[in-house]
Design a protein around this ligand. Structure first.
Ligand code: NDP
Length: 497
C-alpha cells in the first residue's frame, strides 16, 4: 500500500546560503564547515561555520557583559519595542522564511507559513508582557512591608530541536527576552540556516543592546554541551528528546544552573463510541500526521471504543492511504519527507518490528520513484493488533506511525491512556460533557484536547507531566519561568525583634 504521490511543482533554483555572513555579528562561529540539506531533494541548503569552544566562550562572555552593563533588564518599554519590531519583520519576511523552512526541514509550505505567522503572534504576546513583569506586595505587620519582585535570571541558553524550529525557538526566546535576560541560542544541526536567518531579523532591531542576543552553531554533544556546562550561563531552556534532556539536566546540575525542559511525548488520542465520528477521524489524522508525525504532541496512540472499532479502523486506513505525500514546496502535498535519512531509517525499523508483532493496515513503506528517490519519504503507517508492550506503543517514534488499540469501557481507556512514561498531551472525543470532565481530569498530561487536537494558544501554558518535562511554557507561567523571585523586606520598627 502506498500513499498518493504529489508531483513536484513550485520548486525553483536554489543558491546555497553561506552562513554566518558578515552581517550576522551575533553568531559566534569560525570552526569547521557543516551543511544543512533539503530532505526532499538532498540539495545543500546552507553551509555554516561551526562554533568552537572559544566561540562558545565569546558568545556567553558577550551575553554576560550585556546583561551586566545594559539597561535591558530594567527597560520594559525598550524590550517591548524590540520584540514588536521583530514580530513585524517576521510578517514582512514570511514568504522568504517559509520557503527556507520547507527547504531545510521538509514540512509543507502551508505548515511553514503557519509556523512563521504563529511565531510572530507569540512574539507579540510576550512583547505585551515585557511591560507587565509584575511581582506583588504584602503588608507583613504594622510596620513591615514586603515587596516581591520578579527579576531576570541572567544569561539564558536556549537550545532548540528541528521539528518546529521557529515556534519552539520563539516560545523560549521571546519570554526570556521579555523578562529582561540575555540569551545564547543553539539551534538543532538540521535547521541552523532558518534559525540564523530568523534571528538576524531580531538582531537588526534598533535599540537591542549588543550581546543580549548571541548564537552558536554546531553539534549538540560538543558546542551544546560546552554551553550547558559554561559558568556564565544561569539557565538552560531546552526543548528536545527526553534522553538528551536528562543529560542536559545532569550537566546543568554540576553548576546548579536552572533548567526548563520540554521533552518527548507519546500522546493518547481516545475516541468514545458517542463521538462525532467524521470529526474524530479527521482529528485522528491531524493528531498523528501533522509535521509527518515529527511533533512532540503527536497523537501517536489511538484508543478506540469496542463498539466502533472495526468501522473506525477501516475508515482510518482508507483515509490514510489517500494522503498525498510529496515535496513540501508543492502546495498539493499533505505530508512532506521526514527530516533526515536517520529519521527515515528509524521510522522504517519500527515499521518492520510492527509487521512482526501486529497488523499493518495502511502505508509503512519507503516511497520510491519520482519525486521521491532523492529524498526521505515514508508513506504514513497505521498499525492494529499490537501487544501492549510493543515498542511501537511505548517508544516515541517521532514519525508518521500510528498505533490503534481497542478499549471496552471508560476505566480501561483511562488506564491505557496513562500507561506511558510520557505525559505531554492527550485528545479525547465524546459528546458527553460529564465524561469529558472525568476523563480529562483523569489523564495525566499537560494539555488535554476535547473534540479537537493540536490547537495551541499563546495565553495557555504547555508542558509535561512525568518524563515529558519540567516547567511550563507559553502563557504567564511561560514568562515567570525566566525570572527569579526576590523579596525586599522593609522594617520600620525601632527594635530588631
Ligand atoms: P535532540 O534531543 O536530539 O536535540 C535537541 C537539541 O539539543 C538540538 O539542538 C541538539 O543539537 C541539542 N543537543 C544534543 N545533545 C546535546 C547535549 N549533550 N548538550 C546540549 N545540547 C544537545 O532532539 P531533536 O532535535 O531530535 O528533536 C526531537 C525531540 O524533541 C523529540 O523527542 C520531541 O518530542 C522533542 N520535542 C519536545 C517538544 C515539547 O514541547 N515538549 C517540542 C518539540 C520537540 P544537535 O541538533 O546538534 O544534535
Amino acid at each position: 500500500m502506498t500513499a498518493t504521490a504529489s508531483t513536484s511543482v513550485g520548486r525553483t533554483a536554489w543558491q546555497t546560503l553561506r552562513l554566518p555572513s558578515a552581517a550576522q555579528g551575533f553568531v559566534h562561529a569560525g570552526g569547521d564547515v557543516f551543511e544543512s540539506t533539503d530532505p526532499a531533494t538532498g540539495e545543500v541548503v546552507a553551509e555554516l561555520a561551526s562554533s568552537t569552544p572559544e566561540s562558545v566562550d565569546a558568545a556567553v562572555g558577550a551575553a554576560v557583559r550585556a546583561f551586566e552593563t545594559s539597561d535591558w533588564g530594567s527597560n520594559g518599554e525598550l524590550r517591548a519595542k524590540v520584540l514588536y519590531g521583530f514580530a513585524g519583520a517576521l510578517r514582512e519576511n514570511q514568504a522568504r522564511l517559509a520557503e527556507l523552512l520547507t527547504r531545510e526541514q521538509g514540512k509543507t509550505i502551508h505548515e511553514a507559513e503557519i509556523e512563521i505567522a504563529s511565531s510572530a503572534k507569540m512574539t507579540e504576546y510576550y512583547a505585551g508582557l515585557a511591560r507587565a513583569v509584575y511581582g506583588r506586595s504584602a503588608l507583613l505587620g504594622p510596620e513591615v512591608t514586603g515587596v516581591v519582585l520578579r527579576e531576570p535570571v541572567g544569561v539564558v541558553a536556549v537550545i532548540t530541536p528541528w521539528n518546529w524550529p521557529l515556534v519552539l525557538l520563539v516560545r523560549s526566546l521571546a519570554p526570556a527576552l521579555a523578562a529582561g535576560n540575555a540569551t545564547v541560542v543553539k539551534p538543532a544541526s538540521i535547521t541552523p540556516a532558518i534559525t540564523v536567518e530568523t534571528l538576524a531579523l531580531l538582531a537588526a532591531q534598533p535599540g537591542l543592546p549588543e550581546g543580549i542576543l548571541t548564537c552558536i552553531l554546531g553539534s549538540g554533544s560538543v558546542v551544546g554541551d560546552a554551553l550547558v556546562g559554561h559558568d556564565g550561563v544561569d539557565m538552560i531552556a531546552f526543548t528536545g528528546e527526553t534522553g538528551t534532556g536528562i543529560g542536559v539536566m545532569k550537566r546543568a546540575a554540576e553548576g546548579l544552573r536552572k533548567v526548563a525542559l520540554e521533552l518527548g511525548g507519546k500522546a493518547p488520542n481516545v475516541v468514545f463510541a458517542d463521538a462525532k465520528l467524521d470529526k474524530a477521524l479527521a482529528g485522528a489524522e491531524n493528531a498523528i500526521f501533522t509535521t509527518c508525525g515529527q511533533i512532540c504532541t503527536a497523537g501517536s496512540r489511538l484508543l478506540v471504543e469496542d463498539a466502533i472499532y472495526d468501522e473506525f479502523v477501516e475508515r482510518l486506513a482508507a483515509q490514510t492511504n489517500g494522503l498525498r505525500v510529496g515535496d513540501g514546496l508543492d502546495p498539493a502535498s499533505q505530508l512532506g519527507p521526514v527530516a533526515s535519512a536517520a529519521q527515515q531509517e528509524k521510522v522504517l525499523s519500527y515499521v518492520e518490528r510492527g509487521k512482526a508483532e501486529g497488523t499493518l493496515v495502511a502505508g509503512g513503506a519507503a516511497l520510491e520513484g519520482e519525486p521521491y528517490d532523492a529524498g526521505h519519504f515514508v508513506s504514513p503507517a497505521v498499525f492494529a493488533d499490537l501487544p501492549a508492550e510493543s515498542s511501537l506503543i511505548r517508544d516515541e517514534i517521532f514519525g508518521p506511525v500510528l498505533t490503534v488499540q481497542r478499549f471496552g469501557d471508560e476505566a480501561e481507556a483511562v488506564a491505557l491512556a496513562n500507561d506511558s512514561e510520557y505525559g505531554l498531551a492527550a485528545g479525547l472525543w465524546t459528546q458527553s460533557l460529564d465524561r469529558a470532565w472525568r476523563v480529562g481530569r483523569a489523564i495525566r498530561a499537560g494539555t488535554i484536547w476535547i473534540n479537537t487536537y493540536h490547537h495551541f494558544y499563546d495565553e495557555a501554558e504547555v508542558g509535561g507531566f512525568k518524563r515529558s518535562g519540567i516547567g511550563r511554557q507559553q502563557g504567564i507561567e511561560g514568562i515567570h519561568e525566566f525570572t527569579e523571585t526576590k523579596h525586599l523586606n522593609f522594617d520600620g520598627k525601632e527594635t530588631l525583634w
